[in-house]
Design a protein around this ligand. Structure first.
Ligand SMILES: [Zn+2]
Length: 468
C-alpha cells in the first residue's frame, strides 16, 4: 500500500509538471460536431475569437482580424490594441442573447464585403465534424436560419463539442388517383377525369414566400381557373388573402401558387397544406404523361420537386381474309368500340390517319371532331390508343362487300398496365348464309324434312288402313 501511495503521489507531480509545460501554449483544439445536419446544404464555420489561457486558469479572447470591425460595432465588447476582448457578461448571459449574436455573425458574413468562412462542410449523414484549434466559433448554414456558437474547449475543458441542428425543411409530395389521389402512377383513358393532390408540409422557417409551380405535360388538361383548385388546411379552405394563384398566359393548365411568407410562418411546423384538383388527358396524351410540381421556398437552397405519371395504353387490329393459305389485308370493314359487352355504350374516337384515340366525354376538349366508326383502309390495320386500364369491346359492325361477318363479331380487349394484344380479325368471302343464322336455317330445313317425311308416312299408313 505504501508503495502504491508513493507511486500515485509521484504520478500526480509528473502530471502537474506536464500540465505546466503545456499551458499556456495554444492548444489542443478539438472538434465541433453538428448532429442531424440538413442534407445538401453548406455549413460555414467562422472563427470569431482566438482563445488562450493565461496560465492561471483564466482565458484570453482575441478577436480575429476578419471579425474585428464587426465586434467593435456590435456593442458589449471592448477591444484592446492587441485585439484582446473583454465583454459585458450581462449582454451574453442567456441563450437568446448568444443566439442573437450568432445570428448577427451569420448575417454579417454574407453581406458586402463578404467575410469568408474558415471552413465549409456540406451536410450529409447523421453528423458533420469540423476540426478546429481553440477558439470561439459560429457555425451558420447557407439556409441562413440557424446559427450556433461554440467555445473550444468548453467550460469543462472538453475540446470536442457538439450541437444538433433543429432545422426542418418543407416536404412536397404529389399524388394522383381516379377517385382517391394516393398513387404516384395511374392509367387513365383520354377524356376521363381523375384527381391530383399536392401535399406541402411547412418548415419551421420561411425566408421568403413559398412558390409552387405546377406544370402538366401537354397531354394533360388541368384546371384553368381558381374555382377548380381546392386549397385547404385541416379540411378548411385557406383564406385567399394568404396566397395568390395565377395561370400561365400560354400554357393555360400551368399554375403558380404563392403562399405569403407571413402566412407560412404563422403555421405550426409540419402543417400540411393540401391542394387538390381534377384533370383529364386530352388527345395530345402520350404513353406517359407527367405532371411535376416545384416548390421554391428559399432563394439559396430551397427547391423541391414532386412528380406523378398518368399512362395510356393501346391495341392494334389487322383486318384480313385468308385465301389459299395466304393472308391478305382487307379494306372496308367497319368497327366501333364499346365499354359494355352488349355493345350499347359506344366510345367516341378522334381520328388521325389509321390511329384512333379514345375520348371519354367527362372532360373532352374536342367534341366537334369525334367519330364512332372506324373503316379499315387497304392495309387493314388500325390502332386505338389513349386507353386506361379496363375491358373494352370492339365490334365489327359491317364486313366489306362480298365478305361475311365473323361468327362472333365482338372482340374483348383487356388493358391491364400494358398495351393490349395485336388482334388479327378474319373475314371469309362468299355469299353463304350468315353463320349466325345458320343453325336456324338448318333447323328449319331439318324440321321441314321431318314434317314432309311424317306426312308421307301418315298418308301411306292411312291408305293402308283404308285398304284394310
Ligand atoms: Zn373528345
Amino acid at each position: 500500500m505504501k508503495t502504491m501511495k508513493r507511486f500515485a503521489a509521484l504520478l500526480l507531480v509528473v502530471v502537474l509538471m506536464a500540465a505546466m509545460l503545456v499551458v499556456p501554449a495554444n492548444a489542443a483544439g478539438g472538434t465541433i460536431t453538428i448532429n442531424n445536419p440538413v442534407s445538401g446544404i453548406s455549413y460555414n464555420l467562422y472563427k470569431i475569437f482566438d482563445l488562450t489561457t493565461n496560465g492561471a486558469g483564466g482565458y484570453i479572447y482575441k478577436v480575429t482580424s476578419a471579425w474585428k470591425d464587426f465586434i467593435v460595432s456590435y456593442g458589449g465588447f471592448t477591444v484592446a490594441d492587441d485585439n484582446t476582448v473583454t465583454f459585458v457578461e450581462t449582454n451574453f448571459d442567456d441563450a437568446a442573447e448568444k443566439a442573437a449574436f450568432a445570428k448577427a455573425v451569420q448575417d454579417r458574413a454574407s453581406k458586402a464585403p463578404v467575410i469568408a468562412a474558415d471552413q465549409t462542410i456540406v451536410g450529409a449523414g447523421s453528423s458533420i465534424e469540423f476540426t478546429v484549434d481553440d477558439g470561439y466559433y459560429v457555425v451558420g448554414s447557407s439556409l441562413k436560419v440557424e446559427a450556433m456558437s461554440f467555445t473550444v474547449p468548453d467550460n469543462t475543458g472538453n475540446g470536442n463539442v457538439s450541437k444538433a441542428s433543429k432545422v426542418t425543411l418543407p416536404t412536397l409530395d404529389k399524388y394522383v388517383g381516379v377517385t382517391t389521389p394516393d398513387q404516384s402512377t395511374i392509367s387513365s383513358s383520354v377524356g376521363a377525369t381523375y384527381k391530383y393532390k399536392i401535399s406541402l408540409k411547412v418548415a419551421d422557417i420561411a425566408t421568403q414566400d413559398y412558390v409552387l409551380v405546377d406544370t402538366p405535360a401537354a397531354g394533360i388538361s388541368g384546371p384553368q381557373n381558381a374555382s377548380q383548385i381546392s386549397i385547404q388546411v385541416g379540411g378548411v379552405d385557406v383564406n385567399s388573402s394568404n396566397y395568390t394563384l395565377t395561370f400561365d398566359a400560354t400554357d393555360k393548365d400551368k399554375f403558380t401558387l404563392t403562399f405569403n411568407k407571413d402566412y407560412i410562418t404563422s403555421l405550426n411546423v409540419a402543417t400540411e397544406i393540401v391542394i387538390t384538383y381534377s384533370a383529364a388527358l386530352n388527345n395530345g396524351a402520350a404513353a406517359e404523361n407527367k405532371n411535376a410540381v416545384i416548390l421554391n421556398w428559399d432563394s439559396v437552397e430551397g427547391k423541391k420537386t414532386a412528380e406523378t405519371t398518368v399512362k395510356t395504353y393501346k391495341f392494334d387490329v389487322t383486318k384480313v381474309t385468308k385465301v389459299d393459305g395466304s393472308t391478305n389485308p382487307l379494306a372496308g370493314a367497319k368497327f366501333s368500340l364499346y365499354t359494355d359487352s352488349s355493345c350499347t355504350n359506344v366510345i367516341n374516337l378522334t381520328e388521325n390517319g389509321t390511329t384512333y384515340t379514345v375520348c371519354f366525354d367527362e372532360l373532352c376538349p374536342h367534341t366537334s371532331d369525334h367519330v364512332t366508326e372506324i373503316t379499315t383502309t387497304a392495309t387493314g390495320k388500325f390502332v386505338i390508343n389513349g386507353l386506361g386500364n379496363g375491358t373494352y369491346y370492339l365490334k365489327e359492325t359491317a364486313a366489306p362487300d362480298g365478305y361475311n361477318l365473323p361468327v362472333n363479331p365482338v372482340t374483348t380487349v383487356t388493358i391491364n398496365n400494358a398495351d393490349g394484344a395485336s388482334f388479327e380479325i378474319t373475314n371469309t368471302a362468299g355469299n353463304m348464309f350468315p353463320e349466325t343464322g345458320g343453325i336456324g336455317t338448318t333447323l328449319f330445313y331439318t324440321i321441314g324434312g321431318i314434317m314432309v317425311l311424317a306426312a308421307v308416312v301418315f298418308i301411306v299408313t292411312r291408305r293402308r288402313m283404308i285398304e284394310e
